[in-house]
Design a protein around this ligand. Structure first.
Ligand code: BTN
Length: 252
């Protein structure tokens, strides 16, 4: 069944992901999309926070109830990153890089982050995809990590509504691909085409206390990143942080 998004808008929320969870527990169904102009406790991956000043970013969360096997659910975050990539290209002419698993970057600066969370409730199992896109440069002084915005890259503030509309359309299309094996293979190929991290990139992988360096060797069919470590061992990365050791421009 095609995704049929319904948008629920708020001026201010703690977190659109948390609101999506509250709505799911109260009986909401797949397709509910929560959008806020600002968040007071925006959540990031690995327990980080997400700075969300008013109207400086697109802050949205989408409720999904996937019907396919749970072992394919990790592909949902890759699907979301690809959908953001497509929407940014179509609505802003911006060609962003995807950093595994689901950051959107321009050069080595982050433009968009995605936080997927799962929820078990009396009405079923949900995945909440939370997407934060830096629209204007206002957020940049607030974040310590290297970040950028659509405005900084393209030279003009984007129309957030167009970006949202393009994003929901793109998610609708890519989500359908996850229903069967050939669609999933297609999605992984597309993801690799849009990511300079997929193959041959020198990276450091941080897994909590442990970290190692190696060269990326593509994706497993559940979206895990294959990394050939310096000792020659092939490692499969399903969680953690991946950082590029050198930028491509420096002649790696
Ligand atoms: C990351 O750490 O890169 C993920 C950031 C995800 C931020 C978005 S903003 C909308 C949604 N609501 C949240 O609280 N987080 C996500």
């Amino acid at each position: 069944m095609p995704l049929n998004p319904t948008i629920l808008r708020f001026d201010s929320l703690d977190s659109t992901n948390v609101e999506a969870m509250r709505q799911a527990k109260a009986g909401a169904r797949e397709g509910l999309c929560i959008v806020a102009r600002t968040q007071t406790r925006g959540r990031g991956r690995l327990d980080r926070s997400w700075q969300s000043p008013p109207d400086a970013g697109l802050y949205m969360s989408l409720l999904l109830q996937p019907k396919f096997e749970m072992n394919a659910w990790p592909l949902i975050t890759l699907m979301a990153a690809l959908a953001v990539h497509d929407a940014l290209f179509k609505t802003c002419g911006l060609n962003a890089d995807i950093k595994w698993p689901n950051d959107l970057c321009v050069g080595d600066k982050k433009l968009c982050g995605i936080l997927a969370e799962t929820l078990e409730s009396s009405t079923g199992s949900f995945v909440i995809i939370g997407i934060g896109i830096n629209l204007t440069a206002e957020v940049l002084p607030l974040v310590q990590a290297a970040a950028t915005s659509i405005e900084s890259v393209t030279g003009k503030p984007p129309d957030g509504e167009r970006v949202l509309e393009g994003l929901l359309k793109s998610i609708g299309e890519k989500y359908e691909l996850l229903n069967n094996m050939s669609g999933r293979e297609h999605l992984i190929r597309e993801w690799c085409d849009c990511s300079s991290y997929a193959i041959g990139r020198q990276v450091r992988v941080s897994l909590g206390a442990e970290s190692f360096e190696g060269t990326t060797r593509g994706l497993e069919n559940d979206g895990a990143l294959r990394v050939e470590a310096r000792d020659g061992r092939m490692r499969t990365v399903r969680a953690g942080d991946v950082t590029a050791l050198r930028s491509l421009a420096s002649g790696e």
